[in-house]
Design a protein around this ligand. Sequence first.
Ligand SMILES: [Fe+2]
Length: 368
Amino acid sequence: MDQKQFEADVRPLYAAKPLYEQWVDAQKIPVIREFYIEDLRDVELKSWAAKGGNGAILNLIGCGDVNDGYLIEIAPGQSLKPQRLMFEEVIYVLEGNGSTSVWNDENKKVTFEWGRGSMFSPPLNTWRQHFNASGEKPVRLLGVTSAPPIINTFRDLDFVFNNPFAFKSRFSPDDDSFSGKGKQWMAKNRPVWESNFIPDVRKLEVFAWKERGAGGGNIMIELSENCMSAHISEFPVGTYKKAHRHGAGAFVVIIGGEGYSLMWPEGEQPKRYDWHDGSVVVPPEQWFHQHFNTGATPARYLAIKPGGRKHVRPFGLKHFGVDQSTEQGGSQIEYEHEDPGIRRMFEEALAKNGVTMRMPPLGAKKSA
Ligand SMILES: [Fe+2]
């Protein structure tokens, strides 16, 4: 069952509006319910009293009920209110420079500085406070959180937003907690970068991932002992990736280059979403999706999603056979099995931009 069917057939069976949705209504800020956002820096924000800045909530259709996003702006010279949250959040800096303090114990605060392209995660239920370092320019942050399943599970806002429990296994304040140091390890055949803070994800090294095609590079990211995680994917000029599908809640944030994504539920025509740095697209539950680079530079995106390589995922993003062909019961469409219109559309888009195709001819047994 996809999200559209769920909303039509299952949602009306519930007696009460989920507490998460009641909480969203009570914030009295814009809520975006679309498939994608062309530029996160252009979304109109309104005063968000709970946070002390201007914000919007991103309930993109592809989030299902497994996660959500938000935007928050910190005015020049200002800071947000300190908050602690009983759900995980990953924060990506869309614009501006600032710092964040994280603590359980008021006397042991860890403070670190960030700028455009930084990504970090205040550990679960730690206090966190964000500051704009500039007296002239605003800061805009994107947060991706596990608020919906957590609020709907416990159904008590006091428990979620005003809970004194400190998770010692998630945060120990020392000089390296948010210094940007980390460690690299292998989860089966995939490299993982583990850290609490990445100074600039646009520059993080990626490694070849042959199975997804297009000669692309990838690195998985684990942050702050979370269940949610991230990865970066980069693919060369004149190429596109293979289509695949999985569960809800992968925020695909474009952090470099230009191109488009196609998304479609099985048996329907693909819809096209053109993107560039600052766009976000969230593929709905089990919809096929496929990413195309039509620009003159490599295209890079950051995916922030439920579930990772370190901890068992308690909620969402069912993720089976994403490297395996649909012909073998997997969830990936090999180039030679895709609708011919897909390559034609890509050829036309490249021609329009004067970029040369660098894909192997269709019918070749092996991908690039
Ligand atoms: Fe995906």
